[in-house]
Design a protein around this ligand. Structure first.
Ligand SMILES: CSC[C@H]1O[C@H](OP(=O)(O)O)[C@H](O)[C@@H]1O
Length: 360
């Protein structure tokens, strides 16, 4: 049974509380956008694709329970709620993507004057629900492209992959992006081993990726973040494959803090470095990584684990949740559902129209 980050059936919506993993499997009910905002902000759910899907489904369940006097009232409410959901976490583009796409489709329906208020409301709900349904297929396609590209470098051999943070079933609606590449390699019996970093301070690697690897019986080895460079020096790593929160037009990529230093070490040790990014995490509206807002998280997420202090009381902290890897260090390519792309190919492949066509 695959790990399920969420359950959504007929407007009943619940998410797996990832703050309790790996010790406890507990689902939290989401009834409206406020519930959705809270679980995203607290990182009870996290992962760029998943937070976009949770935002969309939070709106869907809220709209299922509401009636509106007019299409203007409906449009105003949807606009307000999507703008609110975007404020939960700024770095990943995924919630903004949902905002832009749903509002564009809603506006088109309202202006068409061909549909009743109830029909328009039902279409918004259906389109919000479609993000979950589309995500797993996107991930499986992306994973195949990435695995085939990596295997083409190592004719006939099995490969040893280093990954960072969590990019699997717990970061998406299923299968995963970078960890989806690992899953596909394992399914093809071409994965020797997956090495995963702890990914301090939230420990997505030790708590979530290690959990997924053990659950799926994929050969995995946990390392501390500080071990990554010597691992690449001594342990014959075939490729580094990481996820993305926002890939911009020139290929610069915001991803979990620690990604940039992995890319620098990979460059030094001549290990191919790949970013796995579905179209929902690609933002060609920004031209370079300098424009990406980097979320800073509370110091308490660094100075304690499960309430137990691990740092000197009173010390100042700096806790950026992401860093930006310049495109020049992404030497393997950007793994998408449209293929493994060079940064120069992103704008052609992922204009807004193409993304919408691909999603629905
Ligand atoms: C497919 S997950 C993409 C991306 O999102 C994660 O961030 P967070 O755990 O803070 O939500 C991480 O950067 C992953 O690589």
């Amino acid at each position: 049974m695959a790990l399920q980050s969420l359950h959504y059936t007929n407007g009943q919506f619940e998410v797996l509380d990832q703050l309790l993993l790996p010790h406890e499997i507990k689902y939290v009910t989401i009834k409206n956008c406020e519930d959705g905002w809270n679980v995203i902000k607290r990182m009870q759910v996290r992962g760029a694709p998943l937070i976009g899907i949770v935002a969309a489904l939070s709106l869907a369940v809220e709209l299922r329970a509401m009636t509106f006097e007019s299409t203007d009232h409906l449009f105003e409410h949807v606009t307000k709620q999507l703008e609110y959901l975007v404020t939960s976490r700024p770095t990943a583009v995924n919630i903004s993507e949902v905002n832009d796409q749903l509002l564009a489709k809603l506006l088109a329906d309202v202006l068409s004057k061909k549909l009743s208020l109830k029909e328009i409301q039902e279409r918004v709900i259906t389109e919000a629900e479609a993000y979950e349904l589309a995500d797993v297929n996107i991930n499986m396609t992306l994973a195949r492209h990435g695995a085939e590209h990596i295997l083409a470098r190592y004719q006939g051999q099995s490969v040893r992959i280093l990954t960072h943070c969590n990019t699997g079933s717990l970061a998406t609606a299923g299968y995963g992006t970078a960890l989806g590449v690992v899953r596909y390699l394992h399914e093809q019996k071409r994965l020797e081993r997956c090495f995963c970093t702890e990914t301090r301070p939230y420990n997505q690697g030790s708590r979530l990726t290690a959990f997924e690897l053990v659950h799926d019986k994929i050969p995995g080895t946990l390392i501390c973040d500080s071990m990554a460079s010597v691992l690449m020096k001594e342990q014959n790593i075939s490729a580094v494959v990481v996820g993305a929160d926002r890939v911009v037009a020139n290929g610069d990529t915001a991803n979990k803090i620690g990604t940039y230093q992995l890319a620098v070490a990979a460059k030094y040790h001549k290990v191919p470095f790949y970013v796995a990014a579905p179209g929902t995490s690609i933002d060609v509206n920004l031209s370079s990584g300098d424009e990406i807002e980097i979320e800073e998280r509370p110091s308490s997420e660094m100075t304690a684990i499960n309430g137990v202090a691990i740092a000197a009381p009173g010390i100042d902290c700096w806790n950026p949740a992401f860093d930006v890897t310049p495109a020049e260090l992404i030497t393997g390519g950007i793994i998408t559902e449209l293929g493994v792309l060079a940064p120069s190919q992103l704008e052609d492949k992922f204009t807004t129209k193409d993304r919408e066509k691909k999603m629905f």
